[in-house]
Design a protein around this ligand. Structure first.
Ligand SMILES: NC(=O)c1ccc[n+]([C@@H]2O[C@H](COP(=O)([O-])OP(=O)(O)OC[C@H]3O[C@@H](n4cnc5c(N)ncnc54)[C@H](OP(=O)(O)O)[C@@H]3O)[C@@H](O)[C@H]2O)c1
Length: 283
């Protein structure tokens, strides 16, 4: 019989990930959903026929009925608090937790141990890809944990929420999170590089369209290894991220680095989409 699935966390990532599960995965219907702010669950569920999802009012209510529990939450202390709530929900042995948040490797190890001590299987499964990729099921998951548990979790990644998986079966949990953090430095460096190149293209009169074409034809390409090296790009990107937070508060994301590089070069923080420029030219 298909397992009953409980999804905790319908933020920017969780909404897209859970949508793909509801639409594509072999799970018992309904998929149970919970989010701290209930309205997000209501808005999320509205997009499906009624029998596909069910909003539960508490974590305990979802845990009681679930075989597999996915969670993707903002940060470490929240993951730990939610893990505590799951553990307090009653008999949890035999269930599987698939934890997808980006948290410190040590936190994952602590949380995994708490579950294991109560007979709960645990897979650390951080994901690569922005919310837009989550929405179309094109993430890359990194799955670490005992092989059997990884296999169970894997059914919901490639072809459902993800375009690919990095299989870390029987590896320690912390490796998945370490790879996620190392991988994030690539992404930050890439955004920093693209931001500066786009600004240069615009200010030099080249225009950004040719650069978009160049990047489109070059990627995905090889990325340099950065092991054991002081990552100066990353330091610059970090400083820019501080400015993103100053400008946009916590809503800013890494793509907004582009805005800070534009502002430093005397351009408006917000760029004008290419299509608007073409329309303006045509008029
Ligand atoms: N955004 C990305 O590009 C991206 C990519 C890969 C991985 N990630 C990782 O994925 C995770 C989620 O990211 P996101 O972009 O989806 O973040 P988000 O949109 O801010 O969503 C955060 C989620 O955590 C919940 N939450 C926050 N504080 C809480 C609390 N005190 N108690 C219970 N729930 C709480 C939120 O509930 P409410 O709705 O009630 O606030 C929401 O469901 C993070 O670990 C992030 O690093 C993000």
């Amino acid at each position: 019989m298909a397992p009953t699935l409980f999804w905790i966390g319908l933020g920017n990532m969780g909404r897209g990930m859970c949508k793909n599960i509801v639409e594509k995965a072999d799970v018992a219907q309904p998929v149970l959903v919970y989010n701290r702010t209930k309205q997000k669950s209501v808005d999320f569920s509205k997009q499906f026929p009624a029998e596909k999802t069910e909003i539960v009012d508490s974590i305990a209510a979802g845990v009681a009925r679930a075989d597999i529990i996915f969670m993707i939450l903002a940060k470490d202390d929240i993951v730990e608090a939610v893990a505590d709530e799951i553990l307090k929900a009653g008999d949890v042995s035999g269930k599987l937790i698939v934890e997808c948040s980006t948290i410190h490797p040590d936190t994952t190890v602590r949380v995994a141990k708490a579950f294991w001590d109560r007979g709960v299987e645990f897979v650390a499964a951080p994901v690569f890809g922005a919310p837009a990729m989550a929405e179309i099921g094109q993430l890359v998951g990194v799955l670490a944990g005992p092989k059997d548990s990884v296999q169970k979790a894997s059914r919901y990644f490639k072809g459902v929420m993800a375009k690919g998986e990095i299989d870390m079966s029987d590896e320690p949990y912390e490796k998945a999170l370490t790879l996620k953090l190392v991988g994030n430095t690539f992404i930050l460096n890439m955004v920093e590089q693209l931001s500066e190149a786009l600004v240069l293209a615009e200010k030099s009169g080249l225009g950004t369209q040719y650069l978009h074409e160049l990047v489109g034809s070059m990627f995905p390409g090889p990325l340099a290894k950065a092991c054991g090296v002081r990552m100066r790009n990353l330091e610059v990107a970090d400083a820019h991220l501080d400015q993103v937070v100053e400008h946009q508060g916590e809503k800013g994301d890494i793509a907004s680095i582009y805005g800070t590089v534009r502002a430093q070069a005397g351009l408006k923080y917000e760029n004008e989409p290419e299509e608007n420029k073409s329309k303006a030219k045509a008029q």
